[in-house]
Design a protein around this ligand. Structure first.
Ligand SMILES: Cc1cc2nc3c(=O)[nH]c(=O)nc-3n(C[C@H](O)[C@H](O)[C@H](O)COP(=O)(O)OP(=O)(O)OC[C@H]3O[C@@H](n4cnc5c(N)ncnc54)[C@H](O)[C@@H]3O)c2cc1C
Length: 404
């Protein structure tokens, strides 16, 4: 009987929870239980270094325990645990505010998609590298003319016998300049209907013919790149799934991306400021009530929204365990990212001018983070499919409304 099967009844899960709690107490360094800044996030990769010794120790302990991705199969380096056990680990980590030991497109997106669509050789070659943090991945989906209408993409891969020859460009590729490899959607049949001529390729960023140009943002930062492919030769073994059937892989991967986006708010790397607490600190009160009626109503609305989202997450998890097909995950990207936006707007309204600092004296860490998180909350309603496009999907696939 596997570790997962052994520990799924309530009693065993409670026992498991106690073991997890003890292990985390003994193994998670104190410094790794503090809110994390973006600079302290560890993404791994060939040229990576740890932001601190404690971050390295924490990563290595989690990796050796198999808890970087507890639910991935143990034969590829995962923990081999059940979703229920994975959830317990997540909850116990959250309870002590333990940081995620590793970030990145590998564990968030490529790994889960490859476990579903990759062949045995690909799983053996790539999954362990993702979990060990030795390879950092980027996502090559969007193109200058293909974002929401992703299936119109034009970056092409021609069959040249032993290899595919890739030409074209991808945009908004987050951290492509730091990544070791990129997973890409490419057009392999220009004559087929658009979704039917796309394939999913793995490409090494060191291959001749690949270059990246940073895209500078209004903040002065530049997390995005445009990535160019100029006669890049890609071995045929790097095709994931079937030729011209990459759209299925792409969609499955997007499900993981959107799930991640829907949960980002509760998993923020920075200090989490709860609007209710901020209200106590920054607002005027009359007879125990917030004197600004409008803000008071907005706070109540936000709390109700978060409660509903929390319950729906719980329902989604229970339905998944019970093998019930549910429409709930389809609405969660929209609901989760819009709620984050609502929260950021609320915090700015509560903090007033104290929430408007970008740098410098006179603002504490939480205040400076508020404006950054506000900007980020807008970005999250775009990444992985914009809110408008999510509403279209909900109208079509959940509500089954007639298409115009
Ligand atoms: C933080 C962040 C990280 C990202 N990282 C990556 C990455 O690593 N790799 C990658 O490949 N891409 C990445 N992206 C790109 C992202 O996937 C695209 O920005 C997104 O799919 C939208 O595409 P677009 O920017 O081309 O906008 P467009 O598709 O041009 O849309 C412009 C506007 O028109 C609206 N619109 C378009 N079509 C419709 C429609 N049918 N109905 C109603 N409204 C519509 C959109 O909602 C939007 O408001 C990232 C984006 C962000 C913000």
């Amino acid at each position: 009987m596997s570790a997962a099967e052994r520990s799924n009844n309530v009693q065993d899960l409670e026992q498991f929870r106690l073991e997890v709690r003890d292990w985390l107490q003994d193994n998670c360094p104190e410094s790794q239980r503090q809110p994390i800044t973006p600079e302290e996030q560890y993404y791994g990769g060939r040229d990576s270094s740890f932001p601190s010794d404690d971050a390295r120790i924490w990563f290595e302990r989690m990796r050796d325990k198999g808890w970087i991705c507890p639910e991935w199969p143990s034969e590829y380096g995962g923990g081999g645990l059940s979703p229920q056990q994975g959830k317990v680990i997540k909850e116990e980590m959250k309870a002590i505010r333990a940081r995620a030991p590793l970030y990145g497109h590998g564990i968030w997106m490529l790994g889960p998609a490859m476990l579903e669509f990759g062949n045995e050789a690909q799983k053996q070659e790539h999954i362990r590298d993702i979990l060990n943090g030795t390879i950092r991945w980027a996502q090559g989906y969007s193109e200058p003319g293909s974002g929401s209408d992703l299936a119109s993409l034009q970056c092409k891969a021609e069959d040249k016998g032993d290899y595919y020859l890739v030409n074209g460009s991808k945009t908004w590729t987050t951290s492509a300049d730091k990544a070791d490899r990129i997973f890409c959607l490419v057009r392999t049949d220009p004559d087929a209907k658009k979704q039917e001529g796309i394939s999913f390729l793995l490409i090494d960023m060191d291959d001749p013919g690949i270059s990246t140009t940073p895209i500078e943002l209004i903040s002065g930062e530049s997390e995005f790149c445009q990535t160019f492919f100029d006669d890049v030769k890609v071995p045929k073994k790097n095709l994931v799934g079937e030729l011209n059937k990459g759209w299925s892989v792409a969609k499955a991967l997007l499900v993981h991306e959107r799930k991640l986006m829907s949960e980002l708010g509760s998993d923020s790397p920075r200090e989490i400021v709860v609007p209710n607490q901020a209200a106590r600190q920054y607002l005027d009160f009359e007879d125990g009530k917030i004197s600004d009626h409008e803000l008071r109503s907005k706070l109540v609305e936000y709390d109700m929204e978060m409660h509903a989202i929390g319950l729906t997450h719980f329902r989604t998890f229970e339905e998944k365990i019970a093998g019930v097909r549910s429409a709930a995950p389809l609405i969660m990207k929209y609901a989760g990212t819009e709620a984050e936006k609502q929260k950021s707007e609320l915090l700015l309204a509560i903090m007033g001018s104290q929430g408007l600092g970008w740098e410098g004296e006179g603002f504490n860490r939480a205040e400076l983070d508020t404006l950054r998180l506000w900007a980020m909350s807008y970005a999250m309603t775009i990444a992985g499919g914009t809110s408008e496009v999510q509403l279209n999907l909900i109208a079509k696939n959940v509500l089954e409304l007639p298409q115009g």
